[in-house]
Design a protein around this ligand. Sequence first.
Ligand code: ZN
Length: 295
Amino acid sequence: MTGPRCRRKQRPSGRPGPRGTRAPQHPTPDAGWTARRAAGAAGAEARGRDLPPQRKPAKPTAPAKGRPERGDFVQLPVPIIQQLYHWDCGLACSRMVLRYLGQLDDAEFEQALQELRLTRSIWTIDLAYLMRRFGVRHRFCTQTLGVDKGYRSQSFYRKHFDTEETRVNQLFAQAKTCKVLVEKCRVSVQDIQAHLAQGHVAIVLVNSGVLRCDLCSSPPKYCCFTPSGPRCFCRSPDYQGHFIVLRGYSRAAGCVFYNNPAYADRMCSASISNFEEARTSYGTDEDILFVYADS
Ligand SMILES: [Zn+2]
């Protein structure tokens, strides 16, 4: 427990806007987080003087020379889609996954958001329902089936806590009936790698304050994932929930590959130990949404 600045897991992107609106975002200095959605690396502009050259997505599961075994190196061609607002990283991840599966229809996606009322705060369980809505096979693993009541006392959430608690607990309670697969379980890196090796992907809740990309030359600026306002949490070690899409790994390099919806132009990579620390960090409940490509 790290005090009042800790953020609750399933609301990773800060304070939601007023009901029915999409709050304007809190721009970051590198201008990489503007209200635009890039539909892949091709459309991305060069940004920020301290950013690395654009990296082209690698071909899927093609072992590089010298890498002996199938399954030692996986890099799935998951398209990159940038989030639009400070709260919708989970939706951007869902779009990436659906496009990877060839099931993203923008009009239908918008309709689904309306049906599921995903216009405010997004919890991991919401993303599971979204996958279900598109008929996508999935499995949501978490350490807490519902909302952690310990969260209520935190001032940042007090205003919305009761509404959200009721809504989210209802989603958990109705999951089985709605054919949304939720399990209380712990997942290992080996489980995740086996999943990816079969061409499947996963949306993972991480503490973005912990996750470090080895490909980005400067530490990512995560102000946008905190409540908008004058305070900057860039250097805060506290929990800042953020969704990413896991798309591969290298056993030889000991790293994972992922798409960070904060960016429109790159695939990111973190060491396995750092990734593990980020996804098991306090506040995440180790939420991971496995999505299957054979849906
Ligand atoms: Zn990166």
